[in-house]
Design a protein around this ligand. Structure first.
Ligand code: NAD
Length: 504
């Protein structure tokens, strides 16, 4: 399909794509896709006011009815999966299978949220006082701002929005300025669901287009109760400071620097496939991409030659073409970042295999890179840094404690895994003295999480959790209720406070 056909199939019109000052290019060949209108901070303020008004209606809408709206969004997404998935590939360069997978994640979280809309329950708690009950109630929190990154342009919005909507919170989406088209197309999908739903308040689901200043409009507005931000650690630091200044709630999903430990007992066939998928998938531009491989010295010489052979045969090119596995980097600065990291690794004693620009003749304005493996003498500064590109640093270990220490000795704490068929090693890796990450897997790579579990990581990854498990609590406020149905007024902790003399 031509670029124009993909845009049209996703519902984008001439007026969406012209007359604005945000220029959008496809990383596939650098072609211009559109000039999208950016909102001003004044527009953002109006949207926040609309969302606040919508909150007063939506919080009183029964949660299962709120779930019905999310069910309709899921239904619309099902019928648009192919068109939206293709647009994801066109706008951010991931291969079509991954573009479709991203939309599938949106569908999955909608399904999960629909079920949750009948399960937003709290605890009942034993009271120390006779004739009293205690319980916990969960109430809608308020407007939820959602700031997203370019590399997963739609799924993280939906992880947040589906839960926030059933929780009773209106949502305002600030997509990456590198991927506004998928957001506009998704807003249209939601508008169709809203029309079918019929009674949702205006301003319930909105999209605001702009750069960091528009993100800041959300973080500084007192009426935005929650900001969920996905992106770099640098951005997260600013969001976190702005939210802390007003005691707002933030959910941060920031950078990762994910490792795999391969032990002598590992099934090397499985490990090899997992390494290649998680290191080069999305051209190394996933927050959960495999960036560090820590291999036992006894199997290093078996694994490395096979890994290099697999890298040699990887198809790099047009992400929309059948059978392609590695698409382009998002832009030139991403490619320059990869080159600079490889140079720094060499200066630190690293031996580089692969790397360099690919297909420059065919795509002078597309930045394709051959994935690189770098054998490192140790975990130097550049290895501790998240370079958003397909670079896999490889290190040797002899002692599992040392391997775990290496795995944990980076500022980020998102995802991790071990390949081992030894239950002692595997359980040790998952124990309190094992991986320090939010995600720790056994015999599975670090990327490609399922929607049912809580997603997120520790340290500079920001500490937020989204998606499954009890992540919905992040979008609601907890209230502790104590009810006295007796005819006395006993005080807690056995305190006596006799006011007989004071009241006559
Ligand atoms: P980025 O930090 O450049 O931008 C992310 C978003 O933040 C954009 O929408 C941007 O406009 C906005 N922004 C920038 N400054 C802001 C500010 N001061 N206040 C509010 N918003 C602001 O990130 P990117 O290059 O688009 O994405 C790549 C990064 O995102 C990587 O570090 C990757 O690991 C991370 N990421 C993390 C997850 C996760 O779930 N942990 C998922 C995807 C991507």
């Amino acid at each position: 399909m031509e670029h124009k056909e993909i845009l049209e199939a996703a519902g984008l019109t001439r007026s969406d794509l012209t007359g604005g000052d945000l220029q959008v290019f496809t990383p596939i060949d650098g072609a211009h896709l559109g000039a999208v209108k950016m909102h001003t901070t004044g527009d953002a303020d109006k949207m926040i006011a609309n969302a606040s008004a919508a909150f007063t209606v939506w919080r009183n809408t029964p949660a299962p009815r709120r779930g019905e709206l999310v069910r309709l969004i899921g239904e619309e997404l099902r019928s648009e999966k192919e068109n939206l998935g293709r647009l994801v590939s066109l706008e951010c360069g991931k291969i079509l299978q991954e573009g479709l997978g991203e939309v599938q994640e949106m569908i999955d979280i909608c399904d999960l949220a629909v079920g949750l809309s009948r399960q937003l329950f709290g605890l009942t708690i034993a009271s120390e006082r006779p004739g009293h009950t205690m319980r916990e109630s969960w109430h809608p929190m308020g407007v939820c701002g959602i700031i997203t990154a370019f590399n997963f342009p739609v799924a993280p919005w939906c992880w947040n929005a589906a839960l926030a909507l059933v929780a009773g919170d209106p949502v305002i989406w600030k997509p990456s300025e590198k991927a506004p088209l998928t957001a506009l197309a998704t807003q249209k999908i939601c508008d169709r669901a809203l029309a079918r739903f019929g009674t949702a308040p205006d301003g319930l689901i909105q999209t605001v287009i702009g750069k960091g200043d528009i993100g800041q409009a959300l973080t500084s507005a007192r009426d935005v109760a929650i900001v969920s931000a996905t992106g770099s650690t640098g951005m997260g630091r600013k969001v976190s400071a702005a939210m802390a200044a007003r005691f707002g709630r933030c959910i941060l999903e920031l950078g990762g620097n994910n490792a795999m430990i391969v032990t002598p007992s590992a099934d090397l066939e499985m490990a090899l496939r997992a390494i290649v998928f998680s290191a080069v998938g999305t051209a190394g531009q996933r927050c959960t991409s495999l960036r560090r491989l820590i291999v036992h010295a006894d199997i290093y010489d078996q694994l490395l030659p096979r890994l290099k052979a697999a890298y040699d045969g990887l198809p790099v090119g047009d992400p929309l073409a059948d059978g392609m596995l590695v698409g382009p980097l998002i832009d030139r600065s991403a490619f320059d970042g990869m080159e600079a990291a490889l140079k720094a690794a060499q200066t630190d004693g690293g031996k580089v295999f692969g790397g360099g620009r690919a297909l420059a003749g065919q795509y002078p304005d597309g930045y394709y890179a051959a994935p690189a493996i770098v054998e490192m003498p140790g975990q130097t500064d550049i290895v501790c840094h998240e370079t958003f590109a397909p670079i896999l640093y490889v290190m040797k270990y002899r002692d599992l404690d040392r391997a775990i220490a290496l795995q944990n000795d980076v500022p980020q704490g998102l995802s991790s895994c071990i390949f081992s068929t030894d239950v002692r090693e595997a359980e040790y890796f998952l124990s309190a003295c094992g991986s320090d990450c939010g995600i720790a897997n056994v015999n599975i790579g670090p990327s490609g999480a399922e929607i049912g579990g809580a997603f997120g990581g520790e340290k500079e990854t920001g500490g937020g959790r989204e998606s499954g498990s009890d992540a919905w609590k992040g979008y609601m406020r907890r209230q502790t209720n104590t009810v006295n149905y007796s005819r006395d007024l006993p005080l807690a902790q056995g305190i006596t406070f006799d006011i007989e003399g004071a009241v006559s």
